[in-house]
Design a protein around this ligand. Structure first.
Ligand code: NAD
Length: 366
């Protein structure tokens, strides 16, 4: 298969972690006979420095022409970097928001998977963790409260702020279809999260999700109110497979779910449009505090590359191979600094490695 991938190394640790993901992808390409071509584009601070804006039209056109985009991260130290003295529309994150909009990326996927080797990083009790958990938070990314009309005005001497939460049935249907498609590749269960006891938008959400579910008889659908879901995520996370929800609920629940897995350096993510196209990136930021030191954890980016193979190219066997290689390296006791055990006596049992060695170890195990 020919894979035409645009890479956005970005800022901070971005170039270091993207280099390791490419290393692993190259190994996959060699082993399974694929041709991967890469093209880099600038975004964020790197683009501000080179082009005076966080994302150029030329870079957008290049990204649109690709099959998928693999990103590191963008941004710098928000207190000290000169990029944050610029007006908001010229700052690094404006590039990412523009790219998401241009590429119509409405479905955000964030897996929350607990590796048994990293159980100590999970803040939940052992009896709750059990044999671990593996869920996918599917968040609608371009509608709802964050994109509705808003205003703040003074009426009769009282300041009033208004935000509006709007969803059309079409916006709900397209994310629901993605959610059920993804559940079919997993354990075939969708938990649709809403606040249908109060909100009209949630009642429409529920109706449309039920309509979509009829096309997926092999997938089990359940509905859960968002407040209950927030509790269930820490009470019994094992019950979840795919959590399907709207923008703001997903924003909050995906952060909660990621915290129960421990390290930010392990968390991959994908943002998809209504074709197979997607933008794949680690959930963390550009970590300016450790940039250039060769110690960043590349696993989240490597797992994002696995998601790219699975969701943009339907290469499940190749994605499985990457995930199994990550699992193996952890089982063998290799750790980057962020996932080292806190207790001194447990450190003897593991081996600390840097970014490039972690990439080598994973690619050798493909
Ligand atoms: P951050 O995620 O960059 O860092 C938070 C902490 O996690 C730091 O201590 C960092 O060293 C650590 N960390 C993050 N990724 C790691 C990795 N792969 N390996 C080891 N440790 C890792 O968050 P922040 O410090 O709040 O933000 C820094 C910059 O990143 C800001 O400019 C912010 O806007 C940007 N940011 C970008 C994205 C993105 O590109 N999508 C997302 C979030 C934040």
């Amino acid at each position: 298969m020919n894979l035409n991938i645009v890479c956005i190394p970005g800022d901070g640790i971005g170039p270091e972690i993207v280099a390791e993901a490419k290393k692993v992808l190259d190994k996959v390409a060699k082993k399974y006979s694929h041709n991967i071509s890469y093209k880099d584009i600038l975004m964020g601070g790197a683009s501000i420095d080179a082009c005076g804006e966080p994302l150029t039209d030329e870079a957008i056109a290049t990204a649109k022409a690709a099959d998928a985009v693999l990103m590191g991260s963008i941004g710098g130290n928000t207190s000290t970097s000169p990029w944050y003295k610029l007006p908001p529309h010229l700052r690094p994150e404006a590039g990412l928001l523009k790219l998401r909009k241009e590429l119509n990326l409405f479905a955000n996927l964030r897996p929350a998977y607990l590796y048994k080797e990293l159980k100590e990083a999970c803040p939940l009790r052992d009896d709750i963790i059990g044999s671990g958990f593996d869920m996918m938070i599917m968040r609608e990314l371009t509608g709802g409260l964050y994109f509705g009309a808003r205003s703040t005005k003074e009426v009769d001497g009282v300041v009033t702020a208004v935000d509006t939460l709007t969803y059309t049935e079409n916006e709900i249907r397209r994310i629901a279809v993605k959610g059920f498609d993804i559940a079919q590749k997993r354990r075939k269960k969708v938990t649709s999260v809403d606040k249908a006891n109060v909100l009209d938008s949630s009642r429409l959400w529920r109706t449309v999700v039920e309509e979509v579910a009829r096309d997926y008889p092999e997938v089990t659908l359940e509905h859960m109110l968002v407040d209950n879901c927030a509790m269930q995520l820490v009470k019994d996370p094992k019950q979840f497979d795919v959590i399907l929800t709207e923008n703001m609920f997903g924003d909050i629940l995906s952060d909660e779910a990621s915290m129960v897995t421990g390290s930010i350096g392990m968390l991959s993510s994908a943002s998809l449009n209504d074709t197979k196209f997607g933008l794949y990136e680690p959930s963390g930021g550009s970590a300016p505090d450790i940039a250039g030191k060769g110690i960043a954890n590349p696993i989240a980016t490597i797992l994002s590359a696995a998601m790219m193979l699975r969701y943009s190219f339907d290469l499940d066997r190749e994605a499985d191979a990457i995930e199994a290689a990550v699992q193996k390296v952890l089982e063998e006791g290799y750790r980057t600094i962020d996932i080292m055990p806190q207790e001194a006596d447990k450190r003897d049992r593991v081996k600390q490695v840097g970014t490039a060695v972690m990439g080598d170890l994973i690619s050798e195990r493909i």
